[in-house]
Ligand binder design. Sequence first.
Ligand code: PA5
Length: 424
Amino acid sequence: MIKCDLTYAKLDVSVEDFQEKVSFYHRALHEKTGKGNDFLGWVDWPKNYDNEEFARVQAAAERIRKDAEVFLVCGIGGSYLGARAAVEFVQGLFGKKDVEVLYVGNTFSSTAIVQLLEYIKGKSVYCNVISKSGTTTETALAFRMIRQYMESVYGTEESAKRIFATTDKKRGTLKALADKAGFETFTIPDDIGGRYSVLTSVGLLPIAVAGIDIEAVMAGAKSAMLTLNDESLKTNAAYQYAVARRILENQGKFAEMLVSYESHLTMLAEWWKQLFGESEGKEGKGLLPTSVNFSTDLHSMGQFVQEGSNKLFETVIVVDQPMLDATVPEAQDDGDQLNYLAGKSLDWVNKMAFRGTLAAHVDEGNVSNILLHIEDTSAFTFGYLVYFFFKACGMSVYLLDVNPFDQPGVEVYKRNMFKLLGKK
Ligand code: PA5
């Protein structure tokens, strides 16, 4: 369960005033009648997903985990952010990993690509190339180099057993290439766009290779699907959040800052930024999604939040139960003068930092805060949370009368770049 607490949001109207509009767009989402309605496959996905493909993902992950030292996830945007968010959310940043999952194909940075190729030398490498369109240049270029490296080490036949492609069912350059080379392929459904695809094989194969229980992820998503299948603003936390964002925008806010007090939720925020930024930044509309990690960024961005232009609001993900905790030890000489904390848990200190910051920002800084409470950082909660954000995003963007499921603006840089690169 996720609780949306609007106590500190400083809304000048009640979210329930939006019930009529929300009911209208709820039907548009569920009856698939709204803008971009051919990309609403995610709505029922937690109960409709393909069991046969799911079992193939589990089998492939088991095979990879037995033999790989390094697993390369080659994709960009929605084709990698969800998996990376999940792995860090569930496993933390420094946990002991059976297989090292590395992310590539998300940049043209020559340093990043060359350094990765150097780093994997001598290690047992497997690779999952992920691209719905099959033509994304960052991904395709990195994959060409990885494939050539792998073929030079393992030969063509063995490489084909170590490479997995996740792409369109029938169409596209990557599908044709994978079939010709004999790579095992997984599918991105036609009606699920990149940034809504973490619960498909796009996210599930890397998440399973990392050793996370993907059945628990899907169970969490299913639980969210059932809980949030209710149009009432009295009870539907995703819709409460969706509406609160719009009210704050109407009150003159320009940016939403996603805040967490857990370092291993940084990639979740990156995933969230893509989801909301690409879904709503159109037609001259939308809130700018930004993110910080507190208390780390209280020492960099905290000043701006406290006293800068009052154009932003914060949405804080509050983790009730951290993955790990420890007690502050007593020190005999108290040289660092921290004995007043001895016997307290680190999480208690973190929670006090949160409470103190909340009061500072809300009471003195006059910054609106939405609080989203999650119980823990388990695989189940991850599945629940991503579905929660899908639903909130779809509703919030529909309330702007914008199509949440396309990204026409992304093509402009590509057109210019291709011209400069001499692509025919
Ligand atoms: O949400 C989207 O559709 C995009 O951000 C894509 O995920 C991203 O551009 C990668 O595209 P593709 O999977 O086709 O390589």
